[in-house]
Design a protein around this ligand. Structure first.
Ligand code: TYM
Length: 338
């Protein structure tokens, strides 16, 4: 439950640890754009400090951060409506994260499925930052007293932890200082799956480039990846229940519906009964029509890195008008002499 006293404010972030994928776009970014026209103040972030929890080549990180900023802008994030920042340029995120490292319990962190997946069998060799990752994420959100966080399905557990951290802080210090944040996980594509394996999430870290659509892919590449996407031999059903047990078919229909701003039921009214040989070209045309204006604009913006840097510097200054006073109050509550 969100305490009504908090200003409705949205925060969300994306890691600059590789290119943007269609999963990021449909699961998160597109929703970010819509929310800037709803009744919220909106803050969106490139989380470069989260990215370095696993090794990043410095030149790649710098490039990927600017490219991600270009992706936000090209998708419709308007710096006049939203505050757009790079995490490391707003130091209060890291400062609050330290307090949260002292609030969160080892047991909570150890139960995070993303930690278990990423650390794998060799947790001893994982960075301490990877383990503490969700505490920094809680700080990203709560340093703005954000009330709503639009994300894809895979971030749900991290947002539950954010709520636990806010509640424990409020309880331990006997305050009502941090809001208990609401996740916003909505739409047909909150979990876009790999094009090669319907049981795996589409991810920028998958070694197979054919498994994902990158926001920078050109029209031919997008069409080729969709043509080669794994499917089954049956025609598409006309009702959503007919997608049960058909993960690849479900994934392609979800993508089609999301790109078309439709529900899955509406999409199946148009495409139900068709064979994949007919459906895939329809999906490819739709994907190209929706994505190529974005990739063209990203390429144009990447020619003007100074403009991107100016937008981020301005965003950081606007963000700090919110974060500096909240950090000061948090330090006061904790008992730090100022
Ligand atoms: P990241 O960079 O992995 O992903 C960014 C956003 O994209 C969504 N997403 C997907 N949605 C649907 N299908 C997919 N295949 C898919 N892949 C990714 C993610 O759910 C996410 O919303 N920890 C976060 C970044 C972060 C953050 C935050 C998010 C840091 N601080 C504070 C919200 C609030 C992450 O790694 O996202």
């Amino acid at each position: 439950m969100t305490t009504p006293a908090f200003t409705p404010r949205v925060f969300s972030g994306i890691q600059p640890s590789g290119g943007l994928t269609l999963g990021n776009y449909l699961g998160a970014l597109r929703r970010f754009v819509q929310m800037q026209d709803e009744d919220y103040q909106t803050v969106y972030c490139m989380v470069d400090m989260h990215a370095i929890t696993v090794w990043q080549d410095p030149a790649d990180l710098r490039r990927n951060t600017r490219e991600l900023a270009a992706g936000f802008l090209a998708s419709g994030i308007d710096p006049e409506k939203s505050i757009l920042i790079n995490q490391s340029q707003v130091p209060e995120h890291a400062q609050l994260a330290w307090i949260f490292n002292c609030v969160a319990r080892m047991g909570w962190m150890g139960r995070m499925t993303q930690w278990k997946d990423k650390a794998g069998k060799n947790a001893e060799a994982a960075s301490l930052g990877l383990f503490a990752y969700p505490a920094l994420m809680a700080a990203d959100i709560l340093i703005y007293h954000a009330t709503h966080v639009p994300v894809g399905e895979d971030q749900k557990q991290h947002l539950e932890l954010t709520r636990d951290i806010a509640m424990k802080f409020n309880h331990d210090y006997k305050v009502d200082f941090f809001p208990v944040t609401e996740p916003v996980i909505e739409g047909a594509a909150t979990r876009v799956m790999s094009l090669r394996d319907g049981s795996k999430k589409m991810s920028k870290s998958d070694p197979s480039d054919a498994s994902r659509i990158n926001m920078t892919d050109d029209a031919d590449t997008i069409a080729k990846k969709i043509r080669k996407a794994k499917t089954d031999p049956d025609a598409l059903p006309s009702e959503a229940a007919g997608l049960d047990g058909r993960p690849e078919a479900r994934n392609l229909v979800n993508i089609y519906a999301a790109l078309n701003d439709q529900s899955v039921e509406e999409a199946l009214r148009d495409v139900g009964g068709r064979q994949f040989g007919e459906f895939k070209p329809m999906l490819a045309d739709l994907a190209v029509a929706k994505l190529s204006p974005i990739s063209t604009e990203m390429a144009r913006l990447m020619q003007e890195p100074e403009e991107i840097d100016r937008i981020l510097a301005r965003g950081a200054a606007q963000a700090r008008e919110i974060t500096v006073p909240i950090l000061e109050q948090a330090y006061e509550i904790v008992g730090m002499v100022r």
